[in-house]
Design a protein around this ligand. Structure first.
Ligand code: XUL
Ligand code: MN
Length: 349
């Protein structure tokens, strides 16, 4: 079974060390500078960082191409100084007033153009940071009210936008990160199946894949390890955002494995079984510290998630394949269930 062990590279984004604001209350911790976050990443055993375009170049809307290049290159130097690399850059298409009604599917042509232009700047930032990977979280491509947008048309608008990006930079690779309901009620590309389907509609499917976030499979009522298997069957699982989620609630970004250890185990089992990571795919931990966490202890969600990944990897690798095969051959899935639970509980089988 042990195919990938030791080959995993881990990353997170600056937003994963946050100040703890939620929709009902303000920040409870003071901001930490990007340079310090990079140091923390290295200290905790991470190999790379993920970026939103304006994590690398703040206030980028008002900046010239030359200014953007200068600032992005400075961030690349900072990364190099820490022995880190950039995994991907993602355009922040959910924040500006122009994106209130969506980006590429906005009902206003001028606002759609803003989203396209912003994404092209994001692609440029990626090349300055030394990564060809751009993640598209299609955050507001959807609607709060069904009658306001035409679903078929929205799909084609997203495809056309992606084609424009593929054309803009022949090196860029696009990873669609689907979410069923965050922040809009109905997202148009809501699951991994939708994202994989979209990739085949584009002009260059070989450059369009997916990023799977655990919580967003769970919020769609699906099993993240099955979603991983689905994307792997299409050779399109190009990144993962591991975390956890306590049922169909708000997007929680809990520490990996903290809610359901078995679901977490199965994600690693699938990754390991198919040698995920061997062609450079990253393991991202898209986790958030609890709001109750104090300033000086607000990175434990990252170290805990990383440790849980490694402990569960040990479990996956130590699975006795003979027992598993026997149970399957005898169709004794009760016994298989017992074996897996015994393994997870660290008891003798
Ligand atoms: C937000 C989220 C983003 C994406 C990148 O919930 O998951 O961090 O991963 O835009
Ligand atoms: Mn994510």
């Amino acid at each position: 079974m042990a195919k990938s062990k030791g080959k995993y590279r881990f990353s997170f984004g600056p937003w994963n060390i946050s100040e703890g604001a939620d929709p009902f209350g303000p920040e409870v911790r003071t901001p930490i500078a990007l340079a310090k976050k990079m140091k923390i990443a290295k200290q905790l055993g991470f190999d790379g960082m993920q970026f939103h375009d304006d994590d690398a170049v703040p206030d980028l809307d008002g900046k010239s191409a030359a200014q953007i290049a200068k600032e992005a290159k400075r961030v690349k130097k900072m990364l190099e100084g820490e022995g880190l690399v950039a995994e991907f850059v993602a355009p922040r298409l959910w924040f500006a007033p122009q994106t209130i009604d969506g980006g590429y599917t906005n009902n206003n042509a001028k606002e759609r153009q803003y989203a396209i232009d912003r994404t092209k700047k994001c692609i440029d930032i990626g090349s300055h940071l030394g990564t060809s990977a751009m993640v598209l979280w299609l955050a507001r491509e959807g609607t709060y009210i069904r009658e306001s947008k035409n679903a078929r048309k929205q799909v084609l608008m997203i495809r056309d936008a992606i084609d424009e990006f593929l054309d803009y930079d022949p090196k860029v690779r696009i990873l669609i990160e689907p979410k069923p309901n965050e922040p809009v009620d109905s997202a148009i590309i809501s699951t991994i199946g939708h994202a994989v389907g979209m990739s085949y509609m584009t002009s260059d499917p070989g450059r369009v894949g997916v990023l799977l976030e655990t919580a967003h499979s769970l919020l769609a009522g699906l099993d993240p390890s099955d979603d991983m298997g689905y994307a792997l069957a299409h050779d399109k699982l190009w990144s993962v955002h591991l975390n956890d989620q306590g049922g169909l609630k708000f997007d929680q970004d809990k520490s990996f494995g903290s809610n359901n250890l078995r679901v977490a185990f199965n994600q690693i089992r699938v990754l390991e079984e198919y040698a995920y990571g061997q062609t450079g795919e990253w393991v991202g931990l898209d986790v958030k510290a609890m709001r109750t966490q104090k300033q000086d202890k607000a990175t434990k969600h990252l170290s805990n998630s990383l440790q849980t990944f490694k402990f569960l990897l040990d479990k996956v690798v130590s699975m006795d394949q003979k027992i598993v095969s026997q149970c399957i051959a005898q169709r004794d899935y009760e016994e298989l269930d017992r074996y897996i639970l015994t393994l997870l509980m660290g008891k003798r089988y």
